[in-house]
Design a binder for this molecule. Sequence first.
Ligand SMILES: O=P(O)(O)OC[C@H]1O[C@H](O)[C@H](O)[C@@H](O)[C@@H]1O
Length: 240
Amino acid sequence: MNGYWDGPKAEPQIRTIEEMREVLADPRCTSDQPLYFMYRDLAKSERDREWLRQHHIRYDITVIPARTLCGEYVKTKGHYHTKNPAGELYPEIYEVLEGTGHYLLQTRDADDVVMIEGTAGDKILIPPGYGHVTINPGREELVMANLVSSEFSSNYAPYADLKGAAYYEMEGGALVKNPRYPDAPPVRYCNPVEVPELGIERGVGLYDLVGRPRSVAFLNHPEQFMEIFAAITGGCLTMR
Ligand SMILES: O=P(O)(O)OC[C@H]1O[C@H](O)[C@H](O)[C@@H](O)[C@@H]1O
């Protein structure tokens, strides 16, 4: 992530195969390599850190090497978000910094499963109500940033209980249905987003939103932005 972070040096949290085994297409797979690296709660200056703290926002960078595990592309573990005090589920926004990411989103009861492909500069919105897994389907490292509320902890249990998302993406791009989701519909495809009304545009990095309260308010107060969410996803993703 060196080329993408000019702030203070940070130590990553590392996901090992042991933490991931339960969500892999082949849970018997072995690897002695770390699977991905999470640089959480980054700030370029003390002033930014204080702003992020006051606005209850975290900026993270995640690095996912290009690898396969017994034929499955490396991916994140997968989690859902919880509800905010107003009763709405927290959203999240990603930016691809390098490589290609496949963002596999699904509703809690998996009645909607959506894939969004992002390449450098693309922003991917995880709207309220969708859990998500990020897959590196490419031959190069995937480096991505995210802004997210710091007010909740991710819920991993539903993905762990059902041994991953509704689909596994295998080498070559085949999506193989996870048999624990017999009723999951076929995967739909949606596009990355731009939200000019919030200043989220191509050419504007997510870190550039630090210091712009209007641009990040949706992360802690999604209930005030439900119409915008629907509009920016072109109706492709409906809020749940
Ligand atoms: O939490 P995981 O499912 O392992 O996914 C990984 C990512 O999840 C969240 O979006 C975090 O904000 C990121 O910092 C993290 O890299």
